[in-house]
Design a protein around this ligand. Structure first.
Ligand SMILES: [Zn+2]
Length: 278
């Protein structure tokens, strides 16, 4: 059994504001470390522990330099992916041999009502993003990539708002609720003790399911990606990408039949949009 864990920061209990990274980064890193450590320890204490061949951790927040390497000392089967930029941003090196993907510390999509640090890939650039007409968040976009590869998403942790966003699309997931967003930069963080208890239960539950028992989340081609940027100058730059179509001042559309290409196109468009002075 191989487990792939993609880790973000904004849904980790104890976090509430990107300013914390400037004023108290070690506290954020400690919160992330504790959350991931609890999930791994729950995995290693489960009845399936002896079946585990590999646990891959993809440090996927910002520059991918948040988790200390010492997390791998918990067990010799743990590998840690760090650093950025990299191909397939939050899902690097995923292959079809994994049994489950987990998203820990994830957050709601850009524009969510009362989503703690809501954004989709880039808070400064993306105003809205849709695939085949459905409004997306990072968890859904990454889940569809895992589905394309053939690996189901079994477990997610994040705030109450993300839970609501995922309920319709991924009703089978084990969800660990870490906090309630009061506002974009304010949250009621739940007790670490309570969240840890939830992690243990959710990990135990999801491990009782075989890979075949968990549905795959996939988008069927033809695929249409639509991105509304924060400023028209960002769409000017993004439009330089071949095969994009400009829909209006801030919005571009991109068509492909291959989800892996769409997945990479999102980050290319985000990076292109970054090249404008605004
Ligand atoms: Zn993040």
């Amino acid at each position: 059994m191989r487990i792939y864990i993609s880790i973000d920061m904004e849904g980790i209990p104890g976090t509430f504001n990107w300013e914390q990274e400037k004023t108290n980064r070690s506290s954020i890193q400690n919160c992330m470390f504790h959350h991931i450590q609890t999930a791994i320890e729950s995995l290693l204490a489960s009845p399936q522990a002896s079946l585990i061949e590999e646990i891959t951790l993809a440090d996927s927040h910002s520059a991918g330099d948040n988790l200390d390497y010492s997390i791998t000392a918990l067990d010799e089967r743990i590998n840690l992916i760090s650093g950025c930029p990299r191909p397939r941003y939050m899902m690097p090196d995923l292959d079809s041999g994994y049994d489950q993907v987990w998203f820990l510390g994830y957050h709601s999509g850009t524009g969510a009502l009362h989503g703690n640090m809501d954004h989709t890939y880039s808070n400064s650039r993306i105003h809205n993003i849709w695939i085949n007409g459905d409004r997306m968040n990072e968890a859904l976009i990454n889940a569809a990539y895992a589905g394309y590869i053939g690996v189901p998403v079994g477990l997610v942790s994040g705030d109450e708002t993300l839970k609501e966003e995922l309920l319709f699309y991924l009703p089978w997931i084990e969800y660990i609720t870490t906090k309630k967003a009061i506002a974009k930069f304010s949250a009621k963080n739940y007790s670490q003790k309570l969240v840890d208890k939830q992690i243990k239960l959710s990990v135990l539950h999801t491990l009782t399911r075989t890979k075949e028992e968990i549905p795959l989340f996939v988008f069927e081609p033809p695929l249409t990606l639509k991105i509304e940027f924060n400023h028209s100058s960002m769409a000017d730059q993004a439009e330089l990408m071949p095969y994009t179509k400009r829909l209006d001042g801030r919005t571009i559309e991109y068509h492909t039949d291959d989800y892996a290409i769409l997945f990479e196109a999102i980050m290319v468009l985000v990076y292109l949009a970054q090249t404008t002075p605004m």
